[in-house]
Design a protein around this ligand. Structure first.
Ligand SMILES: [Zn+2]
Length: 92
């Protein structure tokens, strides 16, 4: 059963251990990552069962997390704002 992370900036999801039904356990860095348009899936490296589904952050979530002092969000926000300045508004 996959755990769903609705806010990318939820603390600790990257480093929390998740136990798979097959007996494997570990954190997201040891899992097989697959990028999709809206989410990133993390699968068990032993049995390929999806363990974690992480929603990509919306720009509002990035702004809010950056305002709360999240360093990664702050970096993403400056990248996003540079891109916005160069290419205009995002389609979403
Ligand atoms: Zn497994």
């Amino acid at each position: 059963m996959a755990e769903i992370i609705r806010n990318y900036f939820t603390p600790r999801w990257r480093s929390d251990d998740i136990a798979c039904a097959c007996g494997w356990r570990g954190d997201s860095r040891a899992m097989a990552m697959e990028l999709h348009e809206e989410v990133t899936d993390y699968a068990c490296p032993a049995c390929e069962c999806t363990l974690l589904i992480v929603s990509h952050p919306s720009i509002d979530q990035v702004r809010q997390a950056a305002a709360e002092g999240n360093l990664e969000a702050g970096q993403q926000l400056s990248i996003i704002e540079e891109a916005l300045a160069a290419y205009g508004k995002p389609s979403s």
